[in-house]
Design a protein around this ligand. Structure first.
Ligand SMILES: C[S@@+](CC[C@H](N)C(=O)[O-])C[C@H]1O[C@@H](n2cnc3c(N)ncnc32)[C@H](O)[C@@H]1O
Length: 239
């Protein structure tokens, strides 16, 4: 365990996201636009077969929405009640808007997109099992029964947790036994703006960017890193 990792109080951390959820919601459209570009870079998400995917720390649901647009069955999990409420509302709104647009262009009269399910849960709690949550929500996302978790994805979550919390999450992911884990998060290359934002957020960003590669190598058999841009990487892990 890295001794320099900052201790993050999980309840306070989630409370912060409860507080900022309405402001975060303003960026939903921008995030959808960005995630459409970023998931194009990952062949695991673009081979044509629908996957059952867990999005850990789904926030306002922009990534989950984009994955559902691609035909995937998605369960978003987030510790913040307000984030999950905002995610449900914005996903319904985005689908309505897409249906309206499609009918206007006469391309189709409605979109068949199955919206993600959003579950409020602090996944660090010992009693929480990812597989159980998927089982309980499989009907809502039209997953087979019993559901197989194909892939777990998490974006901009792990740098906010401390190293011990990341390790708990990695263990839970391994227990859920997906084929792959995809992490979209910061690269080691920093900028002043990000430094200030992350310092205000109070997570473990400064340690994360130095140690994430080692942490992942200690937990997973293969770690592949694909730059998205200077400050952002896809980390792709076999389980
Ligand atoms: C920086 S936001 C990222 C949200 C989203 N993935 C995105 O890309 O916009 C981090 C999210 O992780 C959630 N989170 C943090 N700790 C968590 C935990 N222990 N269990 C579940 N969700 C958690 C927060 O509530 C917040 O919504």
């Amino acid at each position: 365990m890295n001794k320099k990792s900052r201790n993050v109080n999980s309840n306070n951390h989630i409370r912060l996201f409860d507080w900022i959820a309405p402001a975060y919601a303003l960026f939903f459209g921008y995030q959808v636009h960005k995630y459409r570009q970023q998931i194009k870079l990952r062949p695991e998400l673009n081979h044509g077969s629908p996957l059952t995917i867990i999005d850990i720390g789904s926030g306002t649901g922009a990534l989950a929405y984009v994955l559902a647009e691609q035909g995937h069955r998605v369960i978003g999990m987030d510790g913040s009640l307000r984030m999950t409420q905002v995610a449900r509302r914005l996903n319904r709104w985005a689908k309505k808007r897409a249906t309206h647009k499609a009918s206007k262009t006469m391309k189709a009269t409605k979109t068949t997109l199955t919206l993600p399910s959003f579950v409020q849960v602090n996944i660090l709690k010992p009693e929480i099992s990812l597989a159980d949550i998927v089982e309980q929500n499989s009907q809502a996302i039209n997953a087979e029964h019993p559901p197989k978790i194909d892939l777990i994805i998490t974006s901009f979550v792990l740098h906010g947790l401390d190293a011990q919390q990341r390790s708990i999450i990695f263990r839970k992911i391994k227990l859920a036994a997906p084929d792959k884990l995809l992490i979209l998060d910061y690269s080691p290359l920093r900028s002043l703006v990000t430094d200030v934002v992350e310092w205000l957020e109070g997570g473990d960003y400064f340690n994360f960017v130095r140690t994430i590669h080692t942490e992942l190598s200690e937990q997973f058999p293969t770690v592949e890193v694909y730059p998205v841009h200077r400050q952002l990487n896809w980390y792709v892990l076999d389980i």
